[in-house]
Design a protein around this ligand. Sequence first.
Ligand code: HEC
Length: 112
Amino acid sequence: MLLRFSGSSGPIRAAALAAMLFGLGAVPAAAADAEHGEMLAKRWCASCHIVSPDQTHGADNVPTFATIAKIPDFDAARIAKFLMDPHPKMPDMQLGRSEAADLGAYIASLGK
Ligand code: HEC
């Protein structure tokens, strides 16, 4: 799958708009969607993690998503499960199951 990292490209903007119009929770649970995961990551995770190659600044001592994706036993499903519970220093973001899966798919795509 071809990923765009350029930020404000058309399809991603359209997806963001659709998500805004329909509400994130109302997006039907389809197969994990890495592009949607990228959008969620930029909204919820970028304050601490460097979530994409075009992000230059994150919090200290927080692993970048690219680093996480390259952990030898990395597994998108395990990450999705991990995200259903907030991690210690992370606010409880109340992610839905499909949002967690999308984030897992997005992080996985960074390791390729
Ligand atoms: C308030 C800061 C903060 C935010 C926001 C945050 N994280 Fe984290 N995250 C951390 C810290 C600190 C660690 C490393 C220490 C730890 O595991 O508690 C971490 C670790 C992780 C790990 C590694 C887990 C492992 O198995 O090693 C993953 C995956 C992760 N975060 C995903 C996310 C995702 C996805 C989001 C957004 C939905 C997010 N984080 C938002 C602070 C944050």
